[in-house]
Design a protein around this ligand. Structure first.
Ligand SMILES: [Zn+2]
Ligand SMILES: [Zn+2]
Length: 343
């Protein structure tokens, strides 16, 4: 596999420094930063520091290894090593980590689509941290930056940064899907996620990211081994519910950045290139209704039309029924009419 590590996007090279006030950021509420960096009303740079080589190696490993496992999975499935226990564990961990990212990292932490009690807040942060998608504060900062600069210079993963020729679009797809993860420049969390930096619970989960990632791979081994009462059962569970599951969720999540900014329709906003792409609605747990999401980022439901399956919204609804979540920003007819381009 060729390494795209040296790829440098125009966005990364030019490093725009225009500032967006926190109140205008998705999920931002204008609160001042209260970290060791002190308070500041001035514009902060978009980027802050670069990844060290060791961290870059880990990122590469955790992208390449699960993807290789996913490719190897198909021939393995015929013949040996796939049991109902493996399938059950893989689905369980896919949902746990996937919903941790969609309901937690994305709709709650990035966009504040609802309010959560402390236990739910920590549980969502932990579940998302088990998805091997980087630490929570980095994830949120990157994603808020994506919403502020969508499909323009400064967007960390737009497919439209290189032009519209066939070669440029192919390069854009690669960059949006996973090439951007190899960029060494780090999004400035002090600018894009000051609310999370000032939350001690979230800072702790963020620090423990390696531990949660390790648990995400060791739990399937333990459960697979115990259920089958064999070492072999632990090994096949590690392969299916560990590596293959991580890779599957990676590529579905990344498809929101690539496919859902390239293919599909735009019944809502046309300010950017985001699309609604129905074939991924179930696997992405509602995230592929991405055009609505860009039109109304703080909305707790992305699949707002009849028949648009949105598993994440259903989960948030359950949280609300249990009393763990409140002030949920459900879509209203008035809001939808405002953001709709098709009457
Ligand atoms: Zn997007
Ligand atoms: Zn978003």
């Amino acid at each position: 596999m060729s390494t795209p590590a040296a790829a440098s996007t125009p966005a990364a090279r030019s490093r725009p420094t225009s500032s967006v006030p926190p109140a205008a950021q998705p999920g931002g509420d204008g609160q001042e930063l209260s970290t060791s960096r002190g308070t500041s009303a001035g514009p902060r740079p978009m980027l802050h520091g670069r990844r060290p080589g060791s961290e870059q190696l880990l990122v590469t490993l955790f992208i390449v290894l699960p993807t290789l496992a996913l490719i190897a999975a198909v021939p393995f499935a015929w013949g040996w090593g796939l049991t109902w226990t493996d399938i059950g564990l893989a689905v369980f961990f896919y949902l746990l980590c996937g919903l941790g990212v969609t309901a937690g990292f994305h709709r709650y932490f990035t966009h504040r689509a609802f309010k959560a009690n402390r236990a739910l807040r920590i549980a969502l942060a932990v579940a998302g941290s088990m998805a091997f998608q980087g630490s929570i504060i980095t994830w949120v900062a990157d994603h808020r930056r994506h919403h502020i600069f969508t499909d323009k210079e400064g967007d960390p993963h737009s497919p439209w940064l290189f032009g519209t020729s066939a070669a440029a679009v192919a390069r854009g797809f690669w960059h949006a899907h996973l090439g951007w993860l190899f960029e060494k420049d780090k999004t400035n969390t002090y600018r894009f996620a000051p609310d999370l930096l000032s939350d001690p619970d979230i800072r702790r989960v963020n620090r423990q990211n390696v531990g949660w990632s390790t648990l995400s791979l060791t739990m399937p081994i333990l459960l697979g081994g115990l259920i089958s009462w064999s070492w072999w059962g632990g090994l096949t569970a590690f392969f299916w519910a560990g590596l293959v599951r991580v890779a599957a969720l990676h590529h579905i999540t990344w498809s929101t950045n690539s496919i859902c900014h390239m293919i599909g329709n735009r019944p809502f906003t046309q300010r950017d290139r985001s699309t609604n792409f129905w074939p991924l609605a179930i696997l992405s747990m509602g995230e592929s209704w991405h055009n609505l999401h860009h039109a109304d980022p703080t909305c707790a439901r992305h699949g707002v039309r009849r028949g648009q399956v949105d598993m994440t919204a259903r989960l948030i609804w359950i949280f609300e029924k249990f009393g763990w979540a409140h002030d949920v920003r459900w879509p209203s007819t008035r809001r939808l009419a405002r953001v709709s381009t098709v009457q």
